[in-house]
Design a protein around this ligand. Structure first.
Ligand code: KG4
Ligand code: ZN
Length: 342
């Protein structure tokens, strides 16, 4: 079934769930603007510091929304609804975007639409011209989540599997830290791996052949740690080989489980989203392996894969079209499952 992007709505999307402050406008089915401000200062702490994140959101939210309006050539009076991430995420960070959205909604008398961040990642695939058709299999791979979902419709999902411990992005970040690559380390590992030998070390592919669709990435992280401890004199030139070997193991598991889920569930369309879907080897492998099995593979460009408000505005327009709106009592929820029907 074709999933149409509604062409009759003008939605402002706001995202502040972690360390990106972002605003975007979708009007007449088209993305008119998206502005993303990333908090790079967390880099020196080796991870996101929640208190600093929410303060930075507070400073950024007004200019970021203003800039999104400016780039779209619009004023607030032409906005029809405000979509905002209210779950999951860091409480203090979520509250900044949500309270700002509530203020706008109340002052302008506009509908408020609370958005589930992971659900929005799934529909980021619609930001590209080449769009999947319902039902499809979605692999969501980010810093906080790794899950495999059967998407039947907007708001109708079956959770097939998820990570039982670390998210795939978390494993990239932790292994990157061991290799001295800063935070977040996914892009740096991606770059280093391109010049490395992926057969240098055979790291474990946890749960790859098991029947269920769950994942586990803490074992591979520990294996890298033990391997590095056993080889304290590792020549600097071998670091790309470790990055490539680690990345190959993660990619093998993600690709094999997702393709098996698609085949077993009789799906032809596969959507891969979330920050880790920006990984070049993951994209290439999905592209070639899906093609050889006559499956179709969709992934948004990297700007729409990592956290952004374009996906929030997109899902907002889809929800508005289905008359899903919320009142000012909408709460921020640090955790909330996706497998529910709205
Ligand atoms: O979706 P996202 O921007 O934020 C969350 O919702 O978590 O994902 C961030 C994660 C980080 O763990 C980061 O290291 C990872 O995505 N990431 C990558 C790449 N770009 C970002 N991982 C592997 N390869 C990349 N090119
Ligand atoms: Zn995300």
């Amino acid at each position: 079934m074709k999933l149409e992007v509604p062409v009759n709505h003008c939605v402002l999307g706001i995202e502040s769930s972690c360390d990106e402050t972002s605003a975007a406008i979708i009007a007449n089915g088209k993305l008119e603007s998206v502005v993303v401000s990333s908090q790079f200062f967390h880099n020196s702490f080796g991870g996101v510091v929640p208190e600093l994140a929410s303060r930075a959101h507070l400073r950024a939210i007004v200019p970021i929304v203003d800039e999104a309006l400016r780039q779209a050539g619009r004023s607030l009076s032409s906005i029809e609804a405000i979509a905002v991430t209210n779950t999951p995420g860091l409480m203090g960070s979520l509250l900044v975007g949500l309270n700002y959205a509530k203020g706008l909604s109340s002052a302008l008398g506009l509908p408020l639409i609370g958005i589930h961040h992971i659900e929005a990642h799934i529909f980021s695939a619609l930001l590209e011209e080449n769009r999947p058709e319902l039902p499809f299999i979605a692999l969501v791979v980010s810093g906080g989540h790794t899950l495999l979902v059967l998407v039947k419709d907007v708001g109708d999902y079956e959770l097939l599997g998820e990570t039982l411990d670390d998210a795939a992005g978390e494993a990239f970040d932790k292994v990157g830290k061991m290799l001295g690559l800063g935070y977040p380390a996914g892009p740096a590992i991606d770059k280093l791996a391109a010049s490395g030998n992926a057969s240098f070390v055979q790291f474990p592919r946890a749960m790859m052949s098991e029947e269920h669709y769950d994942f586990s990435f803490s074992g591979i992280k520990t294996s890298v740690l033990y391997w590095l401890k056993k080889h304290p004199e590792l020549p600097h030139d071998d670091i790309p080989h470790i990055a490539a070997s680690f990345q190959r193991a993660v990619v093998d598991v993600l690709v094999s489980k997702t393709l098996r889920a698609a085949t077993e569930k009789g799906m032809t369309d596969i959507v891969v989203v979330g920050g880790v879907s920006a990984n070049s080897e993951l994209r290439e492998r999905f592209k070639s392996d899906a093609k050889s099995r006559k499956l179709r593979f969709f992934t948004p460009r990297p700007l729409y894969s990592t956290d952004n408000a374009a996906m929030i505005a997109m899902l907002g327009a889809l929800k508005l079209d289905r008359d899903v709106t919320h009142d000012l009592g909408l709460r921020a929820e640090p955790r909330h499952p996706i497998a529910y029907r709205t």
